[in-house]
Design a protein around this ligand. Structure first.
Ligand code: ADP
Ligand code: 5GP
Length: 195
């Protein structure tokens, strides 16, 4: 592993597609991959933990970090700020670990511009109707916010052609295996020895 810098991956998907589920499995089941934890001003969902799902902060603290250049990228999504702190990402890449990030489309394209060797992966829902069911099953938001997320979804999907890979999350196990194959293929072509 010495000498190989880690590979940066960005996953994007309409909210509710299953991106967090896929990332959780990847970091638990694959060696040497770290999930970058974003900062946000939105309120935590019941099951979310500080420093695990997000670093939760108020708008003032977030704006201070923007001023001090502490984000690799940041964006305002659904009227809330989201951003990727630089520090953890670079530490893990330097330790030869791959880093996986979970960003909206504008964030993904910002990272690709700044770091063109980043691999962008778009996760698609099988249909908008199934996306609606997944958002409802999560039971974390009002109907109004779910409708807002669905209208944003169509716009996000229109950018999938800018991504290096597109994975449809229909059967979870199949989508997960596709993701693993993409990561393993990159490791092979960058000369990492198998564990
Ligand atoms: P995201 O991070 O993209 O917003 P989540 O990972 O929170 O989405 O998934 C949204 C909901 O859909 C969750 O309840 C999750 O368990 C469920 N889910 C994820 N992938 C699948 C799948 N392939 N089939 C059915 N349900 C799924
Ligand atoms: P959620 O509120 O469902 O956790 O996330 C809403 C949206 O914000 C998703 O599209 C997610 O990918 C995006 N997001 C999460 N973290 C970041 C980040 O650090 N930067 C950017 N640009 N988007 C993010």
């Amino acid at each position: 592993m010495m000498g190989r810098r880690g590979q940066l991956y960005v996953l994007s998907a309409p909210s509710g597609t299953g991106k967090s589920t896929l990332i959780d499995r990847t970091v638990h089941e694959m060696p040497n991959i770290w999930h970058s934890v974003s900062a946000t001003t939105r309120k935590p969902r019941d099951y979310e933990k500080e420093g695990v799902h997000y670093f939760f902060m108020d708008r003032q603290s977030f704006q201070n970090k923007i001023k001090n250049n502490q984000f690799l990228e940041w964006a305002e999504v659904h009227n809330e700020y989201y951003g990727t702190p630089c520090e953890g990402v670079d530490q893990h890449l330097a330790l030869s670990e791959d880093v996986i990030m979970d960003l909206d489309v504008q964030g993904a394209l910002q990272v690709k511009r700044r770091r063109p060797d980043t691999k962008l992966i778009f996760i698609m829902p099988p249909s908008i109707e199934i996306l609606r069911e997944r958002l409802m099953s999560r039971r974390s938001e009002s109907e109004e916010r779910i409708l807002k997320r669905l209208s944003v979804a169509e716009e996000e999907i229109s950018h999938k052609g800018l991504y290096d890979h597109v994975v449809v999350n229909d059967v979870l196990e199949d989508a997960f295996q596709e993701l693993v194959a993409i990561i393993n293929e990159n490791r092979k072509s960058s000369g990492e020895a198998s564990p």
